[in-house]
Design a protein around this ligand. Structure first.
Ligand code: ADP
Ligand code: MG
Length: 287
């Protein structure tokens, strides 16, 4: 009756929009000790919006935003879309280079422009002045601070907020009720990640993770037992493949779906608890 109960469980899951892509995923999921979530697009809506702009003394806000938008026009990052929405009228940038996990560099009217995280400005030895404190205050609310610099001088801080999905807290609560630990993995700064984790009650946080570093963060979490990773695709494919169970969420990219064992059709993280519940029930029937 093993294959039959697996078929029944898989069918029941499909009715809830949870697709088990690989045969043994239903069994493997039942033994998971920790579920690690990507932040952006998985627990948050994945559509950040500019909510705040602070400038260095004497700098015009609109001008700083246009310089940032010029460079971001060449990026596919969700941050880029938000900044472009805030400054649709912008000059053209040249020599734009993406610095994954850090931000962007480019040239506008001959000036060297940097747009990105505090660690990018650190690396370029740019003094953020009072903008540093403003950025830390912003991060403590769960927003993402992005800095703009021109020719080695900090011009502005752009604050972007990406609201958590209304289903995120119930998803985390449901997993805890089932005795599973939760973790958050993100490229955002520690302060931003910590604020989101606290809001959702997530147990552990790996922040400041570079795009290539998610797999190493998973190895660390795996010390506690079998691990599931939930991601929406952008850069998540290696982590989805490396976890004991990879769960792709929502409108996930094709790459993510290919790498995943389980796909949650609706972008609803509560599907993880549904999947776990069905897998445990199925295994009880098998034994
Ligand atoms: P995540 O996958 O968690 O969203 P990323 O590695 O994409 O993290 O980005 C990490 C950080 O790098 C962002 O929070 C932001 O500070 C900075 N960053 C990355 N891309 C850009 C960009 N196009 N513009 C500005 N900042 C960026
Ligand atoms: Mg994501």
């Amino acid at each position: 009756a093993t294959p039959t109960s697996v078929m029944v469980g898989t069918g029941r899951a499909a009715e809830l929009g949870v697709l088990f892509r690989k045969g043994d995923a239903l069994q493997a999921l039942s033994g998971v000790a920790t579920v690690a979530f990507d932040k952006t697009g998985t627990l948050t809506e994945g559509r950040p919006a500019v909510t705040e702009i602070a400038t260095a003394p004497g700098i015009d806000r609109a001008q700083a935003l246009r310089l940032a938008a010029a460079v971001e026009a060449r990026s596919e990052h969700p941050i880029a879309r938000a900044i472009l929405e805030a400054a649709p009228d912008h000059p053209t940038a040249e020599d734009v280079q993406a610095l994954p996990g850090f931000g962007l560099r480019g040239r506008v009217d001959g000036a060297a422009i940097l747009v990105g995280a505090a660690r990018l400005m650190d690396e370029e030895r740019i003094d953020l002045g009072d903008l540093a404190q403003a950025g830390e205050r912003l991060a403590a609310t769960g927003a993402t601070p992005v800095y703009v610099a021109r020719d080695g001088r900090a011009l502005a801080l752009i604050g972007l907020a990406d609201p958590v999905k209304p289903t995120a807290k119930p998803a985390i609560d449901a997993l805890h009720a089932m005795g599973v630990r939760t973790a958050l993995i993100t490229g955002d700064t520690h302060a931003t990640a910590q604020a989101v984790a606290a809001e959702l009650g997530i147990d552990r946080v790996h922040a400041g993770v570079l795009p290539g570093g998610k797999v190493a963060a998973l190895e660390d979490l795996r010390a506690d037992g079998p691990l599931a990773f939930v991601g929406d695709g952008l850069n998540d494919a290696p982590a989805l493949a490396a976890a004991d169970i990879g769960i792709a969420i929502g409108t996930g990219t094709d790459v993510a779906i290919e790498a995943a064992d389980v796909v949650l059709m609706a972008g609803d993280p509560r599907g993880v608890a549904d999947a776990l519940h069905i897998s445990r029930r199925t295994l009880r029937n098998i034994r």
